[in-house]
Ligand binder design. Structure first.
Ligand code: MN
Length: 479
């Protein structure tokens, strides 16, 4: 895209919010005059950066305060203005957002210095105060990654690594898939340019080969849904480069990656999602064990959809994703979809949803309360949250997310403290195992308890990964 201007931003905002244009104009003029004379490494005026950050957020239909804070986000750090002045000239919420983003801007996740550890802790825990701080920070990082070509090679690699370490997981946790995918691809491009190029070529080739098959399916399914009077929209979706890279690194062959290309089918209601599923299966043979119901069994970041892989033309495997229009908003934007779904009250809805439904949030609060030392806090967050995860099932079929390396003990304490405290063994996929048994992806887990058990053993402390399990075992020992 050619360089965007304030008018582009205002036009974007006018698409979803007509009333709040004046304060945005004011924030822009304010930031522009404060950054006057400052340049980016590209040689452009500095204001281009906050303007782009605001634009990324307007594209997500962010509220007025978020847009203004995005325009002002570097003024506290780089100019003479104070938080009190922003509060006086705008409002306390905008001042808090700018201050929050500023507090967390000078951080270096890989460094061991305590100052940096303290900053990293601030970034992570600011989610608990106002998740919009992190969303602005993600947009800030996204624009910086998009313009990384002007930095030294060392800086490029350092930023790319930091992005993968902390910002990609954060984007995943709030379900902001669009930002996550773009950050991943940009990072990969700087970390492994040759691999990136190779996969990009493969992707183009596969897209070419599949074009005909997908066009046929799109037309057929459109026709079927029209006949049934089901309001719908269908899009072709390609896996991002990093997604393909990761699967190939895990040893998968290209031909085994069934979701490299998929059809995204959006309909008007949950009932019609299942209706559509049936219609597709009656036309295209499904692969039985590739079916997933994330509607009644959402991912831990609230992603909801039906996934089914079917044989298309020429026996080509195609994944189809079926969901409602609202679910699709959440699938693309995660928590930030509430800006669109709950206009006005979105901020509170987002914070409430985060507290009640997003599993990582509870783990975060727990880690924050248990570890007083910044360095220990950061390394525990790395071990527990910013790490590979496994997903296992309860006997009721609920999905439980745990850090890789977790044992049945971690699972038991995740379900309930009493279950952990009275655990004697577990049944994993119909086999009886010891509590210390290490769980693997997709395991079905049942915990066997006995009220007469001795309670958790001290050795368990070395066998658990989660802060919750550790904390509860220690607490039991004190009683
Ligand atoms: Mn910035």
């Amino acid at each position: 895209m050619s360089q965007i201007t304030i008018n582009d931003l205002l036009a974007k905002i006018a698409e979803y919010n007509q009333e709040e244009i004046d304060i945005v104009k004011k924030a822009y003029a304010y930031a522009e005059s404060l950054h006057q004379g400052q340049k980016r490494q590209s040689g452009e005026d500095y204001i281009i950066h906050p303007l782009n950050v605001a634009y990324i957020l307007a594209d997500m239909h962010a509220d007025r305060d978020t847009i203004c804070a995005a325009l002002l986000h570097d003024t506290l750090e780089d100019t003479k203005i104070t938080k009190a002045e922003i509060e006086r000239d705008f409002n306390p919420d905008i001042a808090n957002l700018v201050n929050g983003v500023t507090k967390i801007s000078k951080m270096n996740f890989s460094s061991k210095q305590d100052q940096n550890m303290a900053n990293t802790r601030k970034i992570i825990t600011s989610i608990t105060e106002d998740v919009r701080i992190i969303i602005i920070k993600l947009a800030d990082r996204l624009h910086n990654m998009r313009t990384l070509q002007f930095k030294s090679e060392f800086k490029q690699k350092e930023n790319a690594m930091e992005t993968m370490d902390i910002f990609v997981p954060l984007a995943y946790y709030i379900g902001a898939y669009r930002i996550k995918s773009e950050l991943e691809d940009l990072s990969l491009q700087y970390l492994y340019p040759e691999k990136y190029k190779r996969i990009e070529d493969i992707k183009v080739r596969v897209e070419d080969e599949s074009r005909h098959c997908l066009a046929e399916m799109l037309q057929t399914i459109n026709g079927i849904l029209d006949d049934q009077n089901i309001p719908h929209d269908i899009k072709v979706r390609t896996k991002n480069i990093y997604g393909i890279y990761k699967r190939m690194e895990q040893g998968h062959k290209l031909s085994d990656i069934h979701d490299l290309l998929s059809l995204k089918i959006m309909v008007d209601s949950i009932a019609n999602c299942y209706q559509t599923l049936g219609l597709i299966h009656s036309k295209y043979h499904p692969i039985n064990d590739k079916f997933k119901d994330y509607i009644y069994n959402p991912k831990t970041n609230m992603y909801r959809s039906l996934h089914t892989t079917v044989f298309g033309e020429d026996d080509r495997l195609v994944q189809t994703q079926i969901r409602t229009f609202d679910m699709d908003k959440v699938a693309s934007f995660g928590l930030t979809a509430y800006w669109d779904i709950n206009k006005g009250d979105a901020r509170n809805v987002m914070q409430e949803e985060l507290k009640n439904k997003y599993q990582f949030f509870k783990s975060l609060i727990e880690i924050n309360s248990v570890f007083a030392d910044n360095q220990e806090f950061v390394s525990q967050v790395k071990r527990e949250l910013l790490t590979d995860k496994i997903y296992v099932y309860t006997t009721k079929g609920d999905i439980v997310e745990l850090p890789k390396g977790s044992t049945a003990i971690d699972f038991a304490y995740r379900i309930h403290t009493d279950i952990g405290n009275t655990m004697v063994s577990a049944v994993v996929n119909d086999k009886v195992v010891e509590p210390e048994y290490e769980l693997k992806n997709k395991d079905r887990v049942r915990i066997i308890t006995d009220v007469l058990s001795y309670g958790p053993r001290e050795e368990w402390l070395d066998k658990v990964k989660t802060t919750r399990a550790k904390k509860k075992i220690k607490e039991f020992g004190k009683n």
